[in-house]
Unconditional design. Structure first.
Length: 115
C-alpha cells in the first residue's frame, strides 16, 4: 500500500500549485480521499476531502474558494489545486485515503509560500 505525493515546492504569495497523490496497492476507488496539512508547531488539519466516486467535496474554511480537490479513479490519483496561496498555507501537505477502518497516509510534500 502506497500513497505518494508530488507537486510541492516554493511559490510566491498569490501563486498556484497543484499537488498530486498517486495510490497503489489497494482499491483506491473505494476510498474517500483527503488532503491534510501540518505547519511547524501546529497540529495536522484537514484541508479538503472528496468522496470515493468524486461526487461530493468538502473544504476547511481556510481553503474554501481557493483550493479544489479532485480525483481520477482511472489513474488512482487525487489532486489538490491551490490558488491564491498565502504565507499561512506553508506546511507539509499529506494525502489520506480512508475506507471504514482502513486509513492510509502518504509521506507528505512541502509547500512553502514566500516572497
Amino acid at each position: 500500500v502506497q500513497l505518494v505525493e508530488s507537486g510541492g515546492g516554493l511559490v510566491q504569495p498569490g501563486g498556484s500549485l497543484r499537488l498530486s497523490c498517486a495510490a497503489s496497492g489497494f482499491t483506491f476507488s473505494s476510498y474517500a480521499g483527503s488532503w491534510y496539512r501540518q505547519a511547524p508547531g501546529k497540529e495536522r488539519e484537514l484541508v479538503a476531502t472528496i468522496t470515493s466516486g468524486g461526487g461530493k467535496t468538502d473544504y476547511a474554511d481556510s481553503s474554501k474558494g481557493r483550493f479544489t480537490i479532485s480525483r481520477d479513479n482511472a489513474k488512482n490519483t487525487v489532486y489538490l489545486q491551490m490558488n491564491s496561496l498565502k504565507p499561512d498555507d506553508t506546511a507539509v501537505y499529506y494525502c489520506n485515503a480512508r475506507f471504514i477502518f482502513y486509513d492510509y497516509w502518504g509521506q507528505g510534500t512541502q509547500v512553502t509560500v514566500s516572497s
